[in-house]
Design a protein around this ligand. Structure first.
Ligand code: PMP
Length: 315
């Protein structure tokens, strides 16, 4: 078999697991933390998985023709994944982004030839924001293919079919806890559902932003954890359709400074520079690994992307 691949879409998934031995030893943690390094995907994040799954579904259903426009609302990574897949498959891409996302991601999107529409971050405080932005995207782009990452079933499905099984296979079934953040909810809902189907006692833990790291009317531009949202005390209609509200066994809240510090600890101890939501997952995993009842447990933390995507916010 030649080892030459033919498309970036062939390079998505099968990302490595890395046990954080130095990090664990330094903190004397009982639990074992294993990082799933999603920045190994070809366009640099976990979102490459859903980008290709959604486009492939649309191609199979005859909804996409060469030259067509792909549109979505994204905090950056889905846009980058979709723009990469669009380049590889011959489509155009356009994204609606809130105006507080990492400037590094905006630059990357532009370099990938995507058209960008920015939306004021305050807009997303409206309880009807998701409905309204969806309508706006459809109205402004007649004939375009709206990928709808928040509700498209291909999103949790690809995590059920790939992310979850990879973790199961690569830990040889030893995984006890899956921890990560929720943006669309696809990763933890799909991956978590698969892993729970294999091991009913497995726990899914969500790392969510604490109050001080969330926008409010008074402070619409706090220092946020890019890509992840609060899930507790949020009315069901404001949660993404792809988030399975029954999946979590526990939710751990943290602020952005904690997430960033954990990300920097990971660089110092293991030589891995992951993004802010990765730091959040690691911070939550660290709390879990420190509990006596989790001594010897295998805690898999999903690290969605690379820290270089947030250079402007790491001081
Ligand atoms: N972290 C980052 C940096 C992301 O871009 C996303 C996706 N928005 C997530 C975490 C959460 O992933 P999911 O959408 O699968 O819940």
């Amino acid at each position: 078999m030649p080892r030459i691949h033919n498309s970036i879409t062939d390079l998505i998934g099968n990302t490595p697991l890395l046990e954080l031995h130095n990090y664990r030893r330094k903190r004397d943690l009982g639990g074992r933390i294993i990082a799933k390094l999603e920045y190994f995907n070809p366009a640099g994040s976990v979102k490459d998985r859903i980008a290709w799954a959604i486009v492939k579904d649309a191609e199979d259903a005859g909804k996409l023709r060469p030259g067509d426009l792909i549109v979505d609302v994204t905090s950056g990574n889905t846009g980058i994944g979709l723009a990469a897949v669009a380049a590889s498959r011959g489509y155009r891409a356009k994204f609606y982004l809130s105006d507080n996302i990492s400037p590094d991601k905006v630059k990357i999107l532009r370099l990938y030839c995507a058209e960008i529409v920015t939306v004021e971050n305050q807009f997303f405080l409206d309880p009807q924001a998701l409905e309204k932005i969806t309508q706006r995207v459809k109205d402004e782009n007649p004939g375009a293919f709206f990928t709808d990452q928040l509700a498209n079933p291909a999103n949790p499905r690809v995590h059920f079919e790939t992310t979850g099984p990879e973790i199961w296979r690569d830990t040889d079934g030893a995984v006890d806890i899956l921890v990560g953040g929720v943006g669309t909810g696809g990763t933890l809902s799909g991956g978590g559902r698969f892993l729970k189907s294999k091991k009913p006692g497995l726990k899914v833990v969500i790392a969510e932003p604490a109050e001080g790291s969330l926008p409010t009317e008074e402070n619409p531009y706090p220092d946020e954890i890019d890509g992840v949202h609060k899930v507790t005390e949020v009315p069901a209609e404001q949660l993404p359709g792809n988030f399975d509200t029954t999946i979590a066994d526990e939710v751990i809240a943290l602020n952005t400074a904690d997430a960033r510090r954990a990300a920097l600890d990971l660089v110092a101890d293991e030589g891995i520079f992951a993004g802010t939501s990765s730091g959040a997952a690691l911070w939550a995993a660290t709390q879990l690994a420190g509990r006596p009842e989790n001594a010897g447990k295998v805690i898999v933390a999903v690290l969605p992307d690379i820290g270089e995507r947030y250079l402007a916010s790491f001081k």
